[in-house]
Design a protein around this ligand. Structure first.
Ligand SMILES: NC(=O)c1ccc[n+]([C@@H]2O[C@H](COP(=O)([O-])OP(=O)(O)OC[C@H]3O[C@@H](n4cnc5c(N)ncnc54)[C@H](OP(=O)(O)O)[C@@H]3O)[C@@H](O)[C@H]2O)c1
Length: 333
């Protein structure tokens, strides 16, 4: 397949000591060294992309930059020989879109180790409906399952439930037969019940608890996406031998808690690091997501946007007002 001389991208530059984004045409020669050149058909918007595009939290150290931690597309060339030209592939995590030009560009070039073949039953678009958000949700669920949290163990909690990771966690867990309580700050009962939640609670209610070191036992397992005080509350409400998969830090990086849930109830706190998940687990998670599929997701679950429409969506996710997923379709399609 021929390699285009230029590609369109959402380009983030430091101007007047602020990071600003605009859509630009760039030469293919601007891409970093790497084995696999991919024509990106779809990407998706994650919270980390918004931080990178806004120059926050030092997610991206050097600008100019192209954000986009997710990409699905077609291999144009692989100098390592691992992938064939024309093959459909996915790249999520590693350094893509953080400090390596990412999926908000129509071309990426990455090391072969970052690339995963698209599972047969998924389209390139469906892979991005899941993207890093789905990958993280499923990774958390896999970790809970390894702690023997099964549908028979009791209610499972999902926090930040209308966000990307949270909403897909609700969907996956419900398809696996779990009883899900979804915690949110929004009025989003219809949305969350449509994904399979059986009960909705407000995150204020979850957080607004006494400072007691142990609270009444509620959750067998949790996919916790918000962090901070919410994570502390969840740990103190977790049933004996329960587990909490922790992936987010929206409420900050510090966790102030106590050891009693660990030493008196034997609970586990499971760290989720999807960016550097090892290959065997990575492929397993993609297969699990492909098995669940997107067929039962409500149509309004995702928005399809162009690069030009992406800045408004970035503002929404930064302000915690996004629901479900935003899929980026590159304009040559
Ligand atoms: N460790 C990993 O591998 C990994 C991978 C992916 C994402 N993450 C992290 O996981 C988190 C979620 O990512 P995402 O892409 O799902 O983000 P997202 O789509 O923005 O979802 C986050 C959700 O958190 C809730 N929220 C936002 N601001 C809040 C606040 N001030 N107080 C309480 N709740 C708030 C909102 O849900 P409600 O309005 O429904 O409450 C929001 O929709 C982020 O911190 C992200 O960096 C980590």
């Amino acid at each position: 397949m021929s390699i285009p001389g230029t590609f369109k991208a959402l380009f983030a530059e430091e101007l007047d000591r602020e990071v600003q984004v605009s859509v630009k045409e760039l030469p293919a020669s601007a891409l970093p060294e790497g084995d696999v050149m991919i024509k990106v058909h779809y990407s998706s918007l994650n919270y980390k992309d918004a931080l990178s595009a806004a120059g926050r939290n030092r997610v991206t150290k050097n600008y100019p930059h192209i954000p986009g931690i997710d990409a699905s597309g077609i291999v144009l060339e692989d100098t390592s020989g691992a992938y064939q030209s024309g093959q459909k592939v996915i790249v999520t995590g590693y350094d893509l879109g953080t400090n390596t030009f990412g999926g908000f560009g129509g071309l990426v070039r990455v090391p072969k180790e970052w690339v995963v073949s698209l599972p047969e039953s998924l389209s390139l678009k469906e892979a991005m409906i899941f993207g890093t958000a789905g990958f993280t949700a499923m990774y958390g669920i896999e970790r809970l399952k390894r702690e023997l949290i099964t549908p028979g163990s009791g209610q499972v909690l999902v926090t930040g439930a209308t966000g990307g990771v949270g909403s897909l966690a609700v969907y996956f867990l419900s398809k696996m037969g779990y009883e899900i309580v979804a915690s949110t700050r929004k009025e989003a009962s219809d949305f969350l019940k449509g994904l399979g939640a059986s009960k909705i609670i407000s995150s204020d209610e979850l957080m607004n608890v006494s400072g007691a070191p142990l609270l009444s036992r509620k959750w067998s397992g949790t996919i916790e996406t918000v962090g901070g005080k919410l994570l502390d509350s969840v740990l103190r409400q977790t049933q004996s031998k329960g587990a909490v998969a922790c992936c987010g830090n929206i409420l900050g990086m510090n966790l102030n808690t106590n050891v009693l849930p660990f030493i008196l109830r034997g609970i586990s706190l499971l760290g989720i690091d999807s960016a550097f998940c090892e290959r065997t687990m990575r492929e397993h998670i993609w297969q699990q997501m492909a098995y669940v599929g997107t067929e039962d997701l409500p149509r309004e679950f995702y928005k399809l946007v162009t690069l030009e429409e992406l800045t408004d969506e970035i503002d929404l996710i930064l302000n915690g007002n996004q629901m479900g997923r935003v899929i980026v379709q590159h304009s040559f399609l």
